[in-house]
Design a protein around this ligand. Structure first.
Ligand code: NAP
Length: 254
């Protein structure tokens, strides 16, 4: 399937915030490449939902910790049409541990998925979108986290530090490609109601945190996706290197 519609690649698009971005991006007229790593059923169901609503979408399996898989994801994007947006959304947490308990395997996985994967996906996007390489420009949105500022002590300092790296990456890359038609921004979500907390062994985390949050409620994936869609869009044409807190006011330690 090739399309004249601008293509958006959403890593980790099968569930949570990524899936909400895919839905809104399809509604905004993008042909959406829905990347997933293991949950083919969720990705295919999302694609079917988007297509039934009149949008264009395709699912592609790939692990952003693998360079070979990333190349495959972007080749699938090329078959869909001209890349216009990348949302570096795929990300993982791990079970709560102190730094003095963390194994090399844990740290390697954490940084490979959350940092290196975002760098390699951005590399492939810039090669395609930069006017320096004959492209038409585009937009990259990275998923950081409020944890980048809070540090996540006794939970996952490794995850928080990975997101801190994403903040610096966003600022640096945005300046590198600002004159080449590409805007690079990030969002820092707070506590958002998705499966990520259960995947880190804390299924009750949202309920436990709710009362401590400034707005006394968690955010929804859709609320984060709306901010991402704005950053992707021409409405944000003079916004680059920005890191937007979408955290209901949760951005500093109590
Ligand atoms: P989620 O519900 O756990 O969904 C994770 C998504 O990423 C799934 O689509 C999953 O695919 C995919 N994924 C996981 N590992 C991958 C890999 N190695 N390669 C490719 N895809 C992979 O997560 P979420 O809560 O929506 O989080 C999305 C982003 O927002 C992450 O970067 C996260 O750090 C950030 N964030 C989330 C929160 C929050 O409270 N939820 C707060 C701050 C920041 P499968 O379906 O195939 O498993």
């Amino acid at each position: 399937m090739s399309s004249n519609d601008p293509v958006a690649i959403v890593t980790g698009g099968s569930r949570g915030i990524g899936a909400a971005v895919c839905r809104l991006a399809a509604r905004a007229g993008y042909a959406v490449l829905v990347n997933y790593v293991s949950n083919a059923k969720a990705a295919e169901a999302l694609v079917a939902e988007i297509v039934a609503a009149g949008g264009k979408a395709e699912a592609v399996k790939g692990d952003v910790a693998s360079e070979a898989d990333i190349l495959k994801i972007f080749e699938a994007g090329d078959r869909l049409g001209t890349l216009s947006a990348l949302v570096n959304n795929a990300g993982v947490v791990d079970v709560p541990q102190r730094v003095d308990e963390m194994s090399l395997d844990r740290l390697t996985r954490m940084f490979a998925i959350n940092i290196t994967g975002s760098f390699l996906c951005a590399r492939e996007a810039v090669k395609r979108m930069s006017t320096r390489h004959g492209g038409k420009g585009g937009s990259i949105v990275n998923l950081s986290s409020a944890a980048a500022k809070l540090g996540a002590a006794n939970q996952y300092v490794d995850y928080a530090a990975a997101k801190g790296a994403i903040d610096t990456f966003t600022v640096g890359l945005s300046r590198e490609v600002a004159a080449e038609g590409i805007r690079v921004n990030a969002v820092r979500p707070g506590i958002i109601d998705t499966d990520i907390h259960a995947s880190g062994g804390q299924p009750d985390r949202v309920a436990q945190m709710r009362g401590q949050l400034p707005m006394k409620r968690e955010g929804t994936a859709d609320e984060v996706a709306k901010a991402i869609l704005w950053l992707m869009s021409d409405e944000a044409s003079y916004t680059t290197g920005a890191i937007l807190d979408v955290s209901g006011g949760r951005s500093t330690l109590p």
